[in-house]
Design a protein around this ligand. Structure first.
Ligand code: NAD
Length: 339
């Protein structure tokens, strides 16, 4: 069977896609593309493929393309790749507006190509084990989840990362979307969401650099997500805790190990075996994309699945704007003192 010819556009996060295609037996990584020619040439030499600075010049030579560029480029580039009949694996988020997201999703449907969102977290073995435990109610029904995404990410001056219009919002939209998606995937559709955000501590951001968000799911379960790009010092032993009727499930900070604590104590349900790469490994995600192209199967992280997280976040942003009009306790002044 002919290998699936692939290209990667944008070689920062895209580098991980390129490594995974290079490793995947059924893929033929033909091109790596970046506006920075030196970077593209360096990666091409390392992986033994061609390189280019203009992806439109090489797109005819491939079956599938990974788009790993700044968010404001996702819509024009995806639409162009889909129009050329290429399967697309797109880094998150889909696009910066609701209209552009649906345009991409519908264009892929009309053209009959595979369109998948690179929601990498879902494809990590420890996360899949967690999903299995929750779905099977191995430790009783899940009713609460707390997730902490803490980091320090001041971008280069003038970077697209700090511009609200290019990023599509703040940290919640850009980074938080992975974990809003994860919470929805684990706990079900949302019925209610709310959020507060601030620029304090991340003054380089036009949007919020820290956000606290809460969600209520159809089952009645609650979820909490803290996201920040301003935490120079963070002590975060775990990334996610899920409380069930009989236990606490703990996904560690490297997203590689899942522990459970219950009446019989604490034990590990899954951890990387020797020689296995821990953490954010794109191999599972890339293999799923190739599988969907080969079989015609709908990706687990197709546009519709990804839209759930996007729409939840846009509703959270509406909520952030609404609560900004709350006068706050200080407006009550001395009337509350001594109460
Ligand atoms: N899944 C994850 O964990 C994760 C982590 C980081 C970033 N991302 C996503 O990856 C995407 C890229 O983010 P990043 O951090 O790598 O950004 P970045 O700005 O660090 O890198 C983007 C790269 O794309 C190149 N580029 C820009 N326009 C291009 C064009 N028209 N043609 C070819 N190359 C072009 C730039 O030269 C740069 O090398 C975003 O969607 C981001 O949200 C995902």
């Amino acid at each position: 069977m002919r290998k699936i010819r692939t290209a990667v556009v944008g070689l920062n996060m895209g580098l991980q896609h390129a490594y995974a295609y290079d490793k995947a037996e059924r893929a033929d990584l033909r091109w790596v593309v970046d506006l920075d020619e030196n970077r593209a040439a360096q990666v091409a030499e390392e992986l033994g493929c061609g390189y280019a600075t203009d992806w439109t010049k090489i797109v005819d030579d491939v079956d599938a393309v990974s788009i790993c560029t700044p968010h404001h480029l996702h819509a024009p580039q995806s639409l162009q790749a889909i129009a050329a009949g290429k399967h697309v694996l797109l880094e998150k988020p889909i696009a910066n507006t609701l209209e552009d997201c649906w345009k991409i999703i519908h264009a892929a449907e009309d053209k009959g190509v595979t369109f998948m969102m690179a929601y990498i977290v879902r494809f990590l073995p420890a996360v899949q084990r967690l999903k299995e435990a929750i779905d099977r109610e191995e430790f009783g029904r899940a009713f609460n989840a707390n997730c902490w995404i803490e980091g320090y990410m001041p971008p280069a001056p003038g970077s697209w990362f700090s511009r609200k219009e290019q990023l599509g919002g703040g940290v919640l939209f850009s980074h938080g979307c992975h974990y809003i998606d994860l919470l929805i995937w684990l706990l079900g559709n949302t019925v209610n969401v709310a959020s507060l955000g601030t620029q304090l501590g991340t003054e380089w951001m036009e949007g919020e650099g820290t956000a606290h968000s809460v969600m209520k799911f159809e089952s009645g379960a609650l979820g909490y997500l803290e996201t920040s790009w301003g935490m120079k010092y963070a002590y975060r032993p775990d990334l996610l805790h899920v409380h069930t009727k009989d236990a606490l499930l703990m996904l560690d900070a490297s997203v590689s190990k899942l522990d459970v604590m219950d009446a019989s104590g604490r034990r590990t349900l899954i951890a990387p075996v020797e020689g296995e790469t821990a953490g954010f490994n794109t191999q599972g995600e890339i293999e799923h994309f190739l599988d969907c192209i080969e079989t015609g199967r709908t990706p687990d992280t197709d546009g519709y699945a990804a839209m759930k997280s996007h729409q939840a976040i846009w509703a959270m942003y509406e909520e952030q704007n609404r609560v900004q009009n709350y006068p706050g306790n200080s407006s009550l002044g001395s009337e509350v003192s001594g109460g």
